[in-house]
Ligand binder design. Structure first.
Ligand code: DAH
Length: 345
């Protein structure tokens, strides 16, 4: 059978293999592949040339053409794999990578301790049936004082050193108590059981125990037949959940214009803390909230008739509670954003 056509096939194979061996990298190999196996490639040409072969030699030509095609194809596949492996090895030696090294740990954010304690407070009061209600930080003088039974020039206003705005009658709230009026006016029907968390501002000297801005969580319950016993029960249940069974709760009588009678609630400072005396002024107790039975004038300002409903209210300081929980000796740490402090929570 040897004739010109088959010789051409053999030549194609020899040339192809030689050129393949000369390819230095993957790009050269791919170019080779286009030259031989592309749409207008040499192999395609050789295969379609079968039409010009004499009939009796076509079968032999076809077989030979197929053999060459398979031989070139498998040589190409092997060369390509080898080139890829070579490139991989080269890059591994150029940029050595130690896969046994430990990974880089991504720094994780965390919740600010103030957010954490607020969420704990919400959780305890949610279990006691209280909803969270938010009101504004910029208040009117009327809301912050007047409707809370402190008319202009009332001496008790001195208890809250106020930040005023340039708009007459508009101030930064000194406590969350004005929220009581908002809730009573906005939430119907009774009974009301809410807590009102938020930031408060006081124009005071900054010390280890007081900041000019701090959170409070106000509480308000209004309905028929609510008594001081309900207030005491609520506060005690809250303190037990918050501080555990080993800490003591002390309730003292006090004065606030918006409650009658009024009380204050203290928790005992951890006994083994060396800063105990300094932080509790030698008493061993730290106040965490004021509370009392809502004054009739406040109920009236909220649109309720004190002859038919009563209520209790409280206002607590979550920052104070955090200090008590963790024996933190300086309230100023909360807003300094010192990571060494914040990372401990
Ligand atoms: N608003 C008071 C304060 O800032 C705390 C307070 C006392 C809130 C008695 C109350 C309350 O709701 O009944 O010091």
């Amino acid at each position: 059978m040897p004739d010109a056509a088959t010789d051409d096939l053999k030549q194609l194979e020899t040339d192809g293999l030689a050129e393949l061996r000369a390819c230095a990298d993957e790009a050269a190999l791919r170019a080779w592949n286009t030259k031989y196996f592309g749409d207008k490639g040499l192999m395609k040409g050789a295969l379609s040339a079968i039409g010009k072969i004499a009939k009796d030699q076509r079968a032999a030509y076809g077989q030979e053409a197929n053999r060459v095609k398979v031989a070139l194809e498998s040589a190409y596949t092997a060369a390509l794999a080898e080139a890829k492996e070579k490139a991989l090895q080269a890059s591994l030696t150029a940029n050595p990578l130690d896969v046994t090294l430990p990974g880089r740990i991504r720094p994780r954010g965390r919740l600010h301790p103030a957010t954490q304690i607020l969420r704990q407070v919400y959780a305890v009061f949610a279990d006691l049936g209280f909803q969270v209600y938010r009101t504004r930080e910029v208040e009117t003088d009327e809301m912050n004082f007047e409707f809370l039974n402190m008319p202009a020039h009332h001496p008790a206003r001195d208890m809250w050193d106020t930040f005023f705005t340039t708009t007459p009658g508009v101030i930064l709230r000194t406590h969350t108590s004005p929220g009581q009026i908002h809730v009573m006016r906005e939430v119907r029907p009774k009974p009301i059981r809410v807590i009102l968390p938020g930031m408060c501002y006081r124009n005071e000297a900054i010390s280890t125990r007081s900041e000019i801005q701090f959170h409070q969580v106000e509480g308000l319950a209004v309905g028929e037949g609510i008594t001081m016993a309900d207030l005491k029960g609520t506060i005690t249940a809250f303190a037990r959940r918050m501080f555990g069974p080993d800490r003591q709760v002390r309730i003292r009588s006090s004065y606030f214009p918006f409650t009658e009678p009024s009380i204050e609630v203290d928790i005992d400072w951890p006994k083994d803390d060396p800063n105990r005396d300094r932080l509790t002024k030698g008493t061993g107790w730290l106040e965490i909230m004021g509370a009392g039975m809502v004054h009739p004038n406040v109920l009236r300002a909220g649109g309720y008739d004190p002859a038919t409903v009563t209520g209790f209210a409280f206002g607590m300081g979550p920052q104070r509670m955090l200090m008590l929980k963790h024996a933190i000796d300086d309230i100023r740490l909360f807003w300094q954003n010192d990571l060494r402090f914040l990372r401990q929570f």
